[in-house]
Structure formats: C-alpha cells, structure tokens
Ligand binder design. Sequence first.
Ligand code: FDA
Length: 330
Amino acid sequence: MNQLQLTELDKQLAEALKFIARRQDIKAYLEQNEQMNRLVRRAAAQYVTGEQRHEAMIAATRLEQLGYAVSLEYIGENTTSEKECELAAQELSDLIAELGAFRRSGRVSFDLSHIGLLLDTELALAYLLQLAAQAKPLGIELFISMEESAKTDRILQVYEQAVALHLNIGITLQAHLHRTWEDVTAKLPAQARVRIVKGAYQEDEEICLPRSQALNERYLELLTHVVTQGHQVSIATHDEALIEVILQKGLLDRQGVEFEMLYGIQPELSARLQAAGHPVRIYLTYGQEWYLYLCHRIAEYPPNLYRAVIHMIQEEPIDAIASYGELPAR
Ligand code: FDA
C-alpha cells in the first residue's frame, strides 16, 4: 500500500508551498531571475511538458505511441481581464485545431475561470460553446475542471447550459465536497462524461471531508453510482490502495471507464495498469503558468520536493515519459 502518512513537518511544508504558490512577488522574482527560473523550470519539467503547445504535442505523441490516451491542459486560472480571457480561449481553439489537423482524438481540459468565469459567467459560457462547437466535428472532447467551492455553483450552471447543446463536454466532480452526491444525482444528463477526483483545494471542514478512509469510501460510492448509471467515467486518482479496491469491484470492466492520471505523477503505476490491459489516460499540461502548478504538485505530496531538488541540480535532461514504458524495438 502506497498511502502517504504525512508528518507534522510534511503538513507545514505543504502549507508553506501553498502560501509561496500565491505570492506574486516570488513569482515575479522567478520570472526576472534567469538562473533561478531555469533551475525551477527543471523541477517543473517532471509535471509540465513545457511552456509551448508544440512541447505538449510531442509528449502527447510519445504517450499515444505507448498506448495511452491523453488530455491536454493549457495551464491558467482566475483570469481577470477580457483580453487575457480572449487570449486563453484563442490558445485553446488553436490547440483543438492542431489536434484536429493531425486527426487525433483527445481531450482538452481547462478551468472556466481561465476563460472568463470571474468576470462574467456569460463570457465563460460563450467561449465554452464556441470551443465545443469547434471540437465536436473533430471528435475532441472538452473537460471542465472543478475549482474552489466558491465557484462550484457557477461552474455547474455553465456546464448544464453548455452540455444541453454539446454532449462533447465533460465535468470534473470532487468527492471531498459534501454537496457532490446531490450534484451527481441532480445535474448530470443521461450521457454525461464525468471525471471523479478527490479534490485539490483547501476547504472548510463544514463542507468537505479531509483525506481519510471516509473520503475513499465516498469516492467509491460516487464512482459506483456514475459507472452503473452508464456514464463515461474517468477515475482520476493516484491512490494505489483505492485503485486496488476499484479493480476488485470490477468498476473498470464497463465500456467507457478509464483511469486518468497527471503527467509525471506515479508513472510506474500508470505503466503497470496499462500493461495489465486497463485503459489509462495521461493528463498533460503546458503553458507559462507552470509555477503555481509545480507548487501544487509538491504540496499535495511533500516527498516530491526531494525529486525537485535533485532535478534542479542534475545535468541530464528531465524525461518524465521514460517511466511510462518503452516503445517496442522495430
Ligand atoms: P491522495 O492525495 O489521496 O494521495 C494518495 C496517494 O496517491 C499518495 O499517498 C501518493 O502515493 C499518491 N499521490 C497523490 N498525489 C501525488 C503527487 N502529487 N505525487 C506523487 N504521488 C502522489 N482536483 C480538483 O480539485 N479539480 C480538478 O479539476 C482536478 N482535476 C484533476 C484531473 C486529473 C486527471 C487528476 C488525476 C487529478 C485532478 N485533480 C483535480 C486533483 C485531485 O483532486 C487530487 O488533488 C490529486 O489527484 C491527489 O489526490 P489523489 O486521489 O491522487 O491521491
């Protein structure tokens, strides 16, 4: 069993990283200091394919050659100007077009707050509808990420309006929120595509369960419900013990159910599941906003800090894909 027992020091480190992640002055310092930027970017290379779309496409191609499906995310959230929203929507549109041009199916994932949710839900809805209409004939699906609970109502509202018109839109649901069972039973259309995660955000204990056995049981309950309802489901967790139970319960045996894991996290687990014949999707990220993403990945599993430090000082290029398997020799 690979369940992490966090020490008090780990918890303090995780809190410190979440704090650092939000400090604009530290981010600005990193952007300006070339040497520091290069070092921290090396640590980020374990989790982020690069700053540019073509780097994500190269990683996607390699993973697809190894037999994985992929999701792609252009990192970004909480955009506060209309111009930035427009640029983010344009990048997502270019990503969809590029996937389409290479006749690749695939999934494009994003935060609605990257394309306007904080400014106006109608703006985010308008961009989402445009992107879904573009993606549909290309066989590409869009997946909405779930953000802090303060945004859940707005995200679900936009999702419900958009999915009524375009079924190629999926939604991420957080098992840790008490409200999610209600949302799952009341708000999903019959052919919904859902991704079940535990939840990444620090929330008040009145509205959510912390990491615990109770949360794992709730995760299983939600998962069993969406699978038996016939939804297309992505099981998005790296929790090996939980995955073992999911496999024992036969929840992977249905059509349209897969594992989905973040790029660079537990690649050996992804490789093992895939080698055992289970469908596995890898969630790739790219973009300039990698700093916040890196801090989150380390904060949720503090031992990753050791790896980050090692990557910063080692000479060899970081190749996170190498651990996902080897292409057969021709
Ligand atoms: P959990 O945190 O319960 O830890 C269990 C074990 O998993 C650990 O002991 C360790 O072995 C392993 N593990 C977990 N995280 C690790 C890491 N960073 N490095 C190494 N090992 C790790 N959240 C959200 O709120 N909204 C969203 O839209 C999404 N989207 C999303 C998409 C996909 C594809 C995935 C996989 C995850 C998300 N998440 C998310 C994040 C999710 O909510 C959750 O925070 C992380 O997946 C960590 O929770 P787990 O269930 O993976 O493991």
